[in-house]
Design a protein around this ligand. Structure first.
Ligand code: SF4
Length: 415
């Protein structure tokens, strides 16, 4: 069970893969299982609650199964509340591999030659972990430690393996992905260098990025984003549109710098789309400063905003800051930004009507297939053929909303 960010997805995928190699059968959590690994998230108190709720539900439905709790929430007091159950184990993420191997040694015959369900459309590959930034609200440098990058050669090998397994799209993830290779022992520690190497040394069909920290992207990076194999969508966390709050958050850019950086991307990358994270109700965010954020985000054609009410994390600088904001105000401000986000999403889709995009088909639910365009539009379309895991040209026909997601209805074009 995966909670939280794409880095958690990438790690969980590695454990799934290892489990399959060891002979385990992977099943969905609504089926009967012997063990469930829960990769938790503690980035906000809401994430803690979600992790906790999911674990309690798992225990209720599977009282005889083992639950392995791992991930960033392993030391969170809220998640620890479920400790009483004897079937629960708390295992650090770096020890999951050893525990799985230990288990298979003991139960060899039981797990041999099981079938697995098909997971092969989009693979999340973690190429960087940890963070040295210590933004004043963030617990991640404490839960994941300092920055560590995977070496170039290992990344190329892993991508080639994933392609051999049938994956069409690889999503590079990291906690501070923009800083891949920043450690002293990396000779070519620059993300654009790595990306060029991936494009030159693999047969990758589609490359996407997880969330990136804002920084100035050089010409090389812009050229890479214009390569047809690379998805022209970036998620660049803004967090606030007020310089005063950005400073309190210990973010290392001003809103002017952010604007210049994204203007450059919109100007030079074809079909570029930009999404972002925003924290509302950070300590000291007055009505005027919140309005500054609104004014600022109105100036940028984001295709979606991910809005998070600020939540206090113990051991962070912001925990003891004065002028904390009430839950009621945080809720009101979140609603305002979410409404702006919905409007922006609709405007973005309207702008893309009649465009034809290669869509990677993920799954069919009900009568609709669904997949993502390179610039991150969720597209649904009807077909009677078996199309999973294919990349098809689809024309964007009209905006729609399904299962709480804003996207578009499309039509298969002559291939
Ligand atoms: S850059 Fe800031 S928000 Fe992102 S992981 Fe590091 S400390 Fe947390």
């Amino acid at each position: 069970l995966i909670l939280g960010c794409r880095v958690n997805f990438a790690e969980s995928y590695e454990w799934q893969k290892l489990s399959i190699d060891l002979g385990f059968e992977i099943v969905k959590t609504n089926k009967k299982f012997d063990i469930c690994i829960v990769n938790t998230c503690t980035v906000t108190d809401n994430a803690d609650r979600k992790s906790n709720k999911s674990i309690i539900n798992l225990i209720k439905k599977n009282p005889n199964s083992e639950i392995w709790i791992t991930g960033c929430g392993i030391n969170s007091p809220e998640i620890k509340l479920v400790k009483e159950n004897t079937k629960i184990k708390y295992i650090k993420r770096e020890n999951i591999k050893i525990e799985l191997e230990k288990l298979i040694k003991n139960k060899k015959e039981k797990y041999e030659n099981k079938e697995t369900y098909d997971l092969k459309t989009r693979a999340f590959l973690k190429i960087q972990d940890g963070c040295n930034n210590f933004c004043s609200y963030c617990i991640i440098p404490h839960t994941r430690g300092r920055e560590k990058s995977l070496p170039e050669k290992l990344i190329i090998n892993k991508i080639n393996e994933l392609l051999k397994e049938g994956f069409k799209e690889i999503v590079l993830t990291g906690i501070h992905l923009s800083n891949w290779g920043s450690e002293d022992n990396f000779k070519n520690g620059e993300l654009s260098y790595l990306l060029k190497s991936i494009l030159n040394n693999t047969d990758i069909k589609r490359l996407r990025f997880g969330s990136l920290e804002p920084r100035f992207f050089n010409e090389d990076f812009i050229n890479i984003l214009n390569d047809k194999r690379v998805c022209p969508h970036l998620h660049l966390s803004l967090q606030s549109g007020s310089d005063k709050i950005l400073k309190l958050m210990k973010r290392h850019y001003t809103k002017k710098e952010y604007k210049e950086m994204v203007d450059n991307l919109f100007k030079n990358v074809e079909n570029f789309s930009l999404t972002t994270d925003l924290i509302v109700g950070f300590p000291g965010e007055t009505e005027d400063l919140f309005n500054e954020t609104i004014d600022f985000i109105k100036k940028i054609p984001f295709s979606k905003l991910h809005v998070f009410p600020y939540s206090k994390r113990i051991n962070t600088l912001a925990y003891n800051m004065p002028n904390q904001i009430s839950s009621k105000v945080k809720k009101e401000r979140s609603l305002i930004l979410r409404e702006i986000s919905d409007n922006k999403q609709k405007i973005f889709i309207e702008k893309n009507l009649n465009q034809i995009y290669p869509i990677l088909i993920e799954h069919k639910k009900g009568e609709y297939f669904s997949g993502l365009s390179p610039n991150y539009i969720r597209v649904w379309f009807k077909s009677n053929e078996k199309l999973n895991n294919q990349i098809l040209n689809i024309k964007i026909q009209k905006p729609t909303e399904m299962k709480n997601m804003i996207g578009a209805i499309g039509k298969v074009e002559n291939q």
